[in-house]
Design a protein around this ligand. Structure first.
Ligand code: FUB
Length: 359
């Protein structure tokens, strides 16, 4: 593959019109697509899934990805261009393994790839790498973003004030449940009620050990402001509230069909902020809306029902005057959970701002 890349070849695939969406590319496995329009082209920043002999477990050790490719399209009908390897683990000084779901953003004429990976102490952190071009190659910063933790970064640059926000969080393998109150290593965080707390990392909570039980609140995703140069956090990490519409109270931990699990995404439609996410072990893509990028958000419904494969992870973007959902499933690998393929489907909004899949 390296020889192929070094010769400057670009892999390109035409998308054929079938009734059901087809993988955007099939020469590699791709997942967790974060889509953005940069310079009038659609760029997709996916995970690059690969075969492994690592046994499956609830920590997701089988998701053992080692590099990132960037895909692009000039029109929604394709073709899709794979720009080759944009960043690899061996070029990131702080990383030990597992390059999981990335996202990208642009500011000040530069492009930033945000990505989660395990540091040398096996703790998931968020890193950033920089390029002059949307397709990379990206050069990683020496260390992860101080104060960052867990997985699935999503970066949203608001057209109001040009402020960039970093959303994160994922439970089980994503370790969000491992960060508990204590005199520990993560510094100050702001909880859902606006109180400061200091967090410590408890490795014994890795895997399916999130809070549960009657009346217990679900873990909230996290958000922080990014600095003007996009290379550090400019605020404490803050826990986001997702409210149940019927009570106005935060969703509960046992509400598995609606509560947050992983795969945060933020987009804006008609001045409304849409926070969407995966419900994880119930396999829905859900969304909530609010009037501020910091929340609170009120649960509104589902975007996508379960697809083939354990994980669901997506993004939403406007491209060529239409709105699109980017997601993955495991049809190409015939159901192998860690060998996924990115797809896209058109969506539309009704008068109340509800999201619907186009037939
Ligand atoms: O791709 C690895 C992990 O699987 C992602 O970080 C999660 O969102 C899930 O899709």
């Amino acid at each position: 593959r390296r020889a192929w890349r070094d010769q400057g070849h670009r892999w390109s695939q035409n998308i054929h019109k079938y009734t059901m969406p087809q993988p955007l590319v099939s020469h590699i496995y791709t997942a967790d697509p974060s889509a953005h329009v940069f310079n009038n082209k659609l760029y997709i920043y996916p995970s690059h899934d690969r075969e492994t002999t690592i046994p499956f477990n609830d920590n997701g050790d089988q998701y053992d990805m080692a590099d990132y490719h960037v895909l692009s399209m000039e029109t929604p009908e394709g073709p899709v261009t794979d720009h080759g390897i944009a960043l690899r683990d061996s070029d990131i000084p702080w990383v030990s393994k597992q390059l999981w779901a990335p996202d990208a953003a642009t500011k000040n004429g530069k492009f930033y790839l945000f990505f989660p990976a395990r540091d040398k102490e096996n703790i998931f952190r968020i890193g950033v790498a920089v390029s002059d071009k949307p397709e990379g190659p990206f050069i990683s910063e020496e260390n992860f973003l101080a104060g960052s933790y867990s997985i699935d970064p999503a970066v949203f640059v608001d057209d109001v004030g040009n402020q960039a926000y970093l959303y994160t969080g994922g439970i089980w393998g994503g370790q969000l449940q491992c960060w508990v109150e204590g005199n520990g290593i993560a510094g100050i965080e702001i909880d859902m009620d606006g109180n400061e707390r200091r967090l410590t990392f408890d490795e014994s909570l890795s895997g399916p050990h999130e809070p549960a039980g009657e009346g217990v609140r679900a873990l909230g995703p996290r958000v922080a402001l990014l600095s003007e140069d996009m290379l550090s956090l400019a605020s404490p990490v803050q826990e986001i509230k997702i409210l149940a519409p019927e009570t106005g109270e935060p969703l509960l931990a046992d509400d598995h069909e609606r509560r947050f699990f992983e795969a945060a995404w933020m987009h804006k439609y008609r001045d409304m902020y849409y926070f969407s996410y995966s419900t994880g072990d119930t396999h829905f893509l859900a969304y909530a809306t609010g009037s501020s990028p910091l929340g609170p958000f009120t649960y509104r419904g589902r975007i996508l029902d379960p697809v083939l494969g354990w994980t669901t992870h997506h993004s939403i973007a406007e491209f060529a005057g239409r709105w699109w959902l980017f997601y993955h499933d495991c049809e190409l690998s015939k159901g192998v959970d860690h060998l996924r393929s990115v797809k896209m489907r058109e969506i539309w909004y009704d008068e109340e701002g509800h999201i619907h899949l186009k037939d």
